[in-house]
Design a protein around this ligand. Structure first.
Ligand SMILES: CCC[C@@H]1NC[C@@H](O)[C@H](O)[C@H]1C(=O)O
Length: 600
């Protein structure tokens, strides 16, 4: 678990310099890099953009599909003025694992391709001079790491991944790298929780520092007017006539934490933007500020041409423009934590997001669909190591994202095999160990696949609300059989209703692969007309069951997957194409969702 995951800020005490741009890059198929001294830096290889996945920049298949070790290297200057400061390199994400070297000295390693980590380089840098940072990365998959898969070796000796999941194994320095200079005594973390008292609100906070200097906390409104202050590492800010953060009607305050007893020359200052709101599950309702909401939106991916899985602010801005146009109010960060900038935008735009760890592929049937073996996933020698990494990534996810008003819930798995009795002890451990991580006690949940129903799933007591992934009309009862698909879906909803469902149900995946531009009258599968027929069918069912409190269609946009006879250069269930142009279904949802209130 990381000591501090605060997002970098620049002020009189802190600097944040991004090391984005072209680095040197090379593969290390024979693992010769360490022996050849690559950790001290290199000038050969190719230039590689950061942040970006390396895969799509190559024109040969062996390079695009490369699996194994790879190395990045670049120089960076450390000014003499940085002497006396704590120096860190912060990697927003390296997929799937990394070892960091500075000037040839190994600093640290990190496991997990979608969460940040910081390397303390204070003892390794030369001041007033150029330094060299080297990243040794690896993108192999296994059953004891997240996301789950296998790595096989072809007869020609080359490694190849067999993901147990349906998204491409884009790899590399997928997010920004920051050179941070920080005060020796500083803020490491902070928490906020909220109480609403009529028009007023109380912001309860805690601050963690690495020293004993006094702490002062203040809150300023959107006009910069300080509305509350408090002293101490724990306290309460009393806000009169609080302006609440609401769904698609956001309001953000600025929280300022000052360390030191002289406000004129503080030891450290950290600022962040927070939203005052509460989240609660009550019966089959999801409440924001004690008002029931209905989730309208998408499962998404961080995926785009050229950048691969890398965070691209241009794509993110476009995606939010599309989600606002269509009338959405939420999305799931399927199937991994997204770049922190996504959550900041969601905070500003008033979107709710379900924050998901990459616990995907925990189901051998899925592996079988994608080429794995058909056996119990939750009964194997990989479980101990997998659990360690799983709970570690849940801890870091909550530590990183706990102060975002946009975070509605934590998704701890996607489509795990919950029919298997062996799943129960694993789920109990994960839910027990994650229970107290979030100071705001937001709901914890996971998605249930087609096989995991109210009759077959063994773990339905754990989630705080249910997330269903259902595909009648596509993976079964497709085409002219869609009427049987609707009847079967209604049968299942009737069983949920009859069982007396006591928690909200959100549909987090449903849809149909659709080739943009393919039309036929009457429709056939893969046409735009058919995708609309499927989505209209789901809409009819959703409108008939009041315990259903959300519809997040799969997917916002077409996205890259492994190649195969079930994929046409990727997954085409997007409502928009991969270059973000609308299919017919986009206009269906624009009409359906914009008739409703923004938050219901
Ligand atoms: C029947 C499982 C559906 C599956 N669910 C997980 C997503 O990551 C996939 O993209 C989606 C699909 O196959 O479209």
């Amino acid at each position: 678990m990381e000591t501090s995951l605060l997002y970098p800020v620049t002020n009189d005490q802190r600097t944040d310099q991004k090391l984005d741009g072209l680095w040197r890059f090379k593969f290390d198929e024979t693992k010769q890099g360490a022996k050849a001294g690559w950790e001290t830096g290199f000038h050969d290889g190719v230039s590689m953009p950061v942040p970006a996945s390396f895969n799509d920049f190559f024109t040969d298949k062996d390079s695009r599909e490369y699996t194994g070790d790879f190395w990045y290297s670049r120089k960076f200057f450390v000014p003499s003025a940085a002497k006396g400061k704590a120096l860190f390199l912060r990697f927003d994400a390296v997929t799937h694992r990394a070892t960091i070297f500075v000037n040839g000295k190994e600093i640290r390693s990190h496991e997990g391709g979608f969460l940040p980590f910081a390397a303390d380089i204070s003892s390794a840098v030369h001041y007033g001079a150029e330094n060299t940072v080297v990243v040794k990365g690896n993108n192999e998959l296994s059953r004891e790491a997240l996301p789950a898969g296998d790595t096989i070796t072809l007869r020609n000796g080359k490694k190849m991944v067999r993901p147990f999941f349906d998204f491409y194994n884009y790899s590399g320095l997928n997010r920004s790298v920051h050179l941070l200079t920080l005060p020796q005594e500083r803020v490491l973390d902070y928490t906020t929780t909220f109480e609403l008292n009529g028009q007023d609100a109380t912001v309860n906070y805690t601050v963690t520092t690495n020293g004993d200097a006094p702490v002062t906390v203040s809150l300023a409104d959107a006009d910069g007017q300080v509305v509350a202050t408090a002293q101490g590492k724990e306290g309460a800010l009393q806000v009169k006539n609080a302006h609440l953060w609401q769904v698609r009607n956001a309001y953000l305050y600025t929280l300022t934490i000052q360390v030191g007893d002289d406000a004129e020359t503080p030891v450290d200052t950290y600022t962040d933007r927070i939203g005052i709101r509460t989240i609660r599950i009550s019966g089959t309702n999801i409440l924001v500020n004690d008002k029931p909401i209905y989730l309208k939106g998408f499962g998404r991916h961080e995926d785009s041409p050229f950048a691969g899985r890398a965070f691209d602010l241009n794509v993110e801005k476009k995606d939010f423009a599309l989600m606002k146009w269509i009338g959405a109010n939420s999305f799931r960060t399927s199937h991994y934590p997204y770049d922190e900038q996504v959550y900041k935008i969601a905070d500003e735009e008033g979107f709710l997001l379900t924050d998901e760890v990459p616990a995907v592929g925990f189901k051998m049937a899925a592996a079988a669909f994608l080429g794995g073996l058909n056996q119990s996933f939750f009964k194997g020698p990989w479980l101990k190591k997998l659990h360690e990494r799983h709970i570690d990534q849940i801890r870091d996810l909550v530590k990183r994202d706990k102060n975002h008003p946009s975070v509605l819930a934590w998704s701890l798995f996607n489509e795990p095999d919950t029919v298997d009795e062996n799943a129960v002890p694993y789920f109990k451990q994960i839910f027990d160990e994650s229970k107290d991580l979030d100071p705001q006690s937001r709901p914890r949940t996971f998605t249930l696949s087609e096989d995991d129903t109210i009759e077959t799933s063994k773990v339905l007591d754990f989630p705080d609300f249910y997330m269903l992934n259902r595909y009648p009309g596509w993976y079964h009862f497709g085409g002219h059989q869609i009427s049987d698909g609707e009847a079967g879906l209604r049968d299942e909803m009737d069983k949920w209703q009859k069982a007396g469902v006591t928690k909200p149900v959100v549909f987090t995946e449903f849809g149909a692969d659709t080739e943009a531009g393919l039309h036929k009258l009457p429709s056939v599968m893969w046409t735009e007309e058919y995708q609309v027929e499927v989505l209209k069918m789901f809409s009819r069912v959703f409108d008939d069951y009041d315990f259903i409190k959300g519809e997040q269609v799969w997917n916002l946009a077409d996205f890259q997957t492994v190649e195969g006879n079930m994929r046409v250069n990727g997954n085409k269930k997007g409502i928009f194409t991969r270059d973000r142009q609308p299919k017919e279904a986009a206009f269906f949802y624009h009409d359906r969702w914009n008739k409703l209130p923004l938050d219901y």
